[in-house]
Design a protein around this ligand. Structure first.
Ligand code: KIV
Length: 264
């Protein structure tokens, strides 16, 4: 049965942990959809893992829509959420409406995710929700603010900073967000936020007490050149692919592949 945003809130009530993975193309989406993940996210991390940018800042709306359309074709049952790239929603609620509208209409995704919990962002979330667009929030280490943070650093370490993140999460819930990503914050803070909110928290580098967990699939597969310290690789595809490519080169150069007569 297809997963929807309200079901995620029910999962939290039932104490069923939510699983989220990112995808950037048709094949990856098809495999992880069939594996039974609850939510697939076309995260703007695709800027780094699929497009080779240094961070998520350069990614455009057209680029993420292009990838999200491919992902959509691979997804049958999983809830699909697409990130709004940097500066496609920060200007005004109207800009956010235009960008989120394009994402939903052109890709077939069910929801968008945006970063931050400032009063202006909370207003934007409320406007999107009012227009019928489901929104996932994202607080803590919000990678689109990498330059402001001075790097991909853990957030919410001081009591004041932790309090601010908690207040942002509460405000996003009140604005109508259906879930919130908590990235790279202390586990104890993530626990407090998860206990306080009715909507599910999805953690990445935020300890074990969130209502669900997300990983960037390139990290999960051991494909990434670099992974954050809190990621876990469940496979080593970087090595597997390199070995396959080397075996192909060897066999071709040594006249072992193809056989002189192709198999019929
Ligand atoms: O861009 C992304 O992949 C994300 C997840 C890591 C939450 O925002």
């Amino acid at each position: 049965m297809a997963v929807n945003t309200q079901q995620l809130i029910r999962y939290k009530k039932e104490g069923r942990l939510i699983t989220v993975l990112t995808a950037w193309d048709y094949l990856i989406a098809q495999v992880i959809d069939q594996a039974g993940v609850d939510l697939i996210m076309v995260g703007d991390s695709l800027a780094m893992v699929a497009l080779g940018y240094e961070n998520t800042i350069p990614l455009t709306l057209d680029e993420i829509i292009h990838h999200a359309k491919a992902v959509r074709r691979g997804v049958k049952t999983t809830l699909l959420v697409v990130d709004l790239p940097f500066m496609t929603y920060q200007e005004s609620p109207e800009q956010a409406l235009r960008s989120a509208g394009r994402v939903l209409k052109e890709t077939g995704a069910q929801a968008v995710k945006l970063e931050g919990g400032s009063p202006a962002m909370v207003q934007t979330v409320a406007r999107l929700v009012e227009a019928g667009i489901p929104v996932m929030g994202h607080v803590g280490l919000t990678p689109q603010s990498v330059h402001q943070f001075g790097g991909f650093r853990k957030q919410g370490k001081s009591p004041e900073a932790g309090e601010r993140i908690l207040e942002e999460a509460i405000a996003l819930e009140q604005a109508g967000a259906f879930a919130i990503v908590l990235e790279h914050i202390p586990a104890e803070l993530a626990l407090r936020i998860s206990q306080k909110l009715v909507i599910p928290t999805i953690g990445i580098g935020a300890g074990a007490h969130c209502d669900g967990q997300v990983l960037v699939t390139a990290d999960l597969l051991g494909l990434s050149e670099w992974s954050p310290p809190f990621a876990k690789a469940y496979a080593n595809l970087r090595e597997t692919i390199a070995q396959a490519a080397q075996a192909f080169c060897t066999e071709v150069r040594e006249h072992q592949f193809p056989k002189s007569e192709p198999e019929s």
